[in-house]
Ligand binder design. Structure first.
Ligand SMILES: [Zn+2]
Length: 555
């Protein structure tokens, strides 16, 4: 064995229920050799060369945090565009202020349009912006509104949760659609005229084409990965996934992550989860072979994992699918680009091949559909320990949690919405009942379904902070700072901290190698200034992250 490095700490929370606390952890060759005290690990230290590292002697150590659902490369890319969102946002040039409402956004676009540059063909270049949030900023944008800003400069505005692109008439012409176009997700006014909305992955992919060269400029991917890799490390994260691998290009995205890991600019373990519609389009019947070849290329830092579908819209952009009585204002939401009745045939080959399925469902109607789907898969080809995951699981019922558990599935839940969105949506979109019961972790726990929490960073209007989402899960205090939303859906601090460590590892089928501080596992640690078990639950999110250790090396 290589030299052993022992990290001492004021306290170590191992998240191994059998051996929950320690004050020293010995590491070698990237893995954990022993956990306990300097005395207890003496049989190892006596036999091997070792150093004792007291850097964290007055700190608290936990397993490296895991965010099981992010989009670092894509969100780092959006951060390079003009910003029109409601909250402060990091950018390549520093923090940018939020814009309070739609009028402020329209004014910003007016000023950008007035300075639009002219392209080689003598026509104005498109203005590309990201970050609009229809719920916080008081209503959607549309074509007529944007035409009033400019009917000559093409305007392209992507929602913060990028499930909608808004375009004016010159932009619609560049995208190349008109009133006669038949396309899923193309928005229309009641009279049938295009309203400038491009909704969900299929239509958005189309809307991207004329701006792709400016959004995806030379080297953008590497910059985006490095930018967001730093943001994630500073939040204490050591492992995350890219939940939309292949949205642009499978090989490019993989190679850029590989390069960023090799040059040290991405201090994380990455799991690349392919977006199935892109996989199918690109590789057809050879998709499983492609995944197998990529699996062989993977290692402990970069690996392919599972497969992903997106089957309804988003919570913040209010495009998810609801059951009765639906949206307050009669909106209908949107399904994903694959018709729901096609999903069983699409998923079955992956299910049979043992590939873990991640199926996005935000609204309770979509959760119902997904449970029906999982039941059909089980009937067609019974499996144990398949870890089928419903991604987001924002609006659900206790009955759905019990059915999910009975079918052996689990949920990766965006619980940030309880703090950042739920109260707003009581009177905008979902109504008071569903909004209050956003992210029902208590129901999942009582049902015995496995679950974890995630950020979806930053394709939704929330920050990236595992400690903060653990606080929210344990307290369910809403945006007003006082109201406890659906108190029976709270979980304990211990369970909330598991949901960002060992339970997140289980959900990703990685708990044999990460998620807890146990002998044999990878030596990934998060270093904290205070003990989240000791502070008040409302203060957990404010605990300072001192740093991370990845494979035994401080990052
Ligand atoms: Zn996502």
């Amino acid at each position: 064995m290589d030299q052993i490095r022992v990290f001492t700490a004021a306290r170590i929370h191992t998240m191994d229920r059998g051996r929950p606390e320690a004050d020293a952890v010995a590491t070698s060759e990237g893995r954990i050799v022993s956990v306990g005290s300097l005395e207890s690990m003496e049989p190892w230290l006596r036999r091997n060369p070792h150093v004792v590292d007291d850097t964290y002697a007055d700190r608290v150590l936990m397993p490296g945090f895991i965010d099981p659902h992010t989009h670092l490369r894509m969100s780092g890319t959006y951060m390079g565009l003009n910003y029109v969102g409601p909250i402060e946002s990091a950018s390549p040039t520093g923090i940018r202020a939020g814009l309070p409402d739609r009028d402020a956004v329209l004014n910003q676009l007016r000023s950008l349009a007035s300075e639009a540059s002219t392209g080689p063909d003598g026509r104005p270049e498109p203005i590309t912006a990201w970050g609009y949030d229809p719920a916080t900023q008081l209503g959607h944008l549309d074509r007529d509104m944007l035409d009033q800003i400019s009917d000559t400069v093409p305007l392209w505005v992507c929602a913060y949760a990028p499930h909608i692109v808004y375009a004016n008439t010159p932009m619609i012409e560049l995208i190349g659609v008109d009133e006669k176009t038949d396309m899923h997700g193309l928005g229309r006014y009641p009279d049938g005229r295009l309203n400038g909305w491009f909704i969900e992955t299929g239509a958005i992919g189309h809307a991207f084409k004329p701006v792709a060269a400016s959004v995806y400029s030379e080297g953008f991917g590497r910059e985006a990965i490095a930018r967001l890799g730093g943001v994630a490390r500073d939040a204490g994260i050591t492992t995350t996934t890219d939940m939309l691998w292949g949205f642009e290009n499978f090989e490019t995205e993989w190679d850029e992550h590989r390069a960023a890991i090799d040059d040290g600019s991405l201090p994380l373990r990455m799991l690349m989860v392919p977006f199935e519609p892109r996989l199918r389009k690109r590789f057809g019947a050879d998709a499983l072979d492609f995944l197998a070849s990529k699996r062989a290329e993977g290692d402990e830092r970069l690996a392919t994992h599972g497969v992903k579908w997106v089957n309804d819209g988003s919570y913040p952009s209010m495009t998810l699918k609801l059951g009765f009585p639906g949206y307050l204002d009669g909106e209908e939401g949107l399904t994903g680009e694959d018709p729901w009745d096609s999903l069983f045939d699409l998923m079955l080959p992956y299910w049979k091949a043992g590939v873990q399925i991640h199926s996005h469902a935000n609204g309770d109607a979509t959760v119902d559909m997904t449970l029906d789907l999982l039941e059909r898969l089980q009937m067609a080809h019974p499996r144990f320990d398949h870890r089928f995951v419903i991604e987001h699981y924002c609006l659900s019922t206790p009955a759905q949690a019990r059915r999910l558990a009975a079918l052996g599935g689990g949920a990766s839940v965006n619980a940030y919405f309880v703090r950042f969105r739920a109260q707003m949506h009581a009177d905008s979109g979902f109504g008071p009942d569903r909004s209050e019961a956003t992210a029902r972790l208590g129901s999942l726990e009582r049902a015995g379904a496995f679950f974890a929490v995630h950020s979806d960073f930053n394709l939704v209007v929330t920050p990236l902070s595992p400690l903060l989402v653990a606080e929210i899960a344990a307290t369910r205090i809403g945006a007003d700072g006082v109201t406890v939303l659906a108190p029976g859906e709270r979980i304990s601090v211990d369970r909330a901290l598991r949901a960002i460590t060992v339970d997140a590892a289980h959900l990703l089928h990685q708990d044999h190698r990460i998620g807890s501080i146990e002998v044999g596992k990878l030596a990934d640690l998060t270093v904290l200034a205070d003990d989240p078990y000791e502070v008040a639950p409302t203060d957990i999110g404010g605990i300072e992250v001192i740093g991370t250790v990845l494979g035994g090396e401080p990052t």
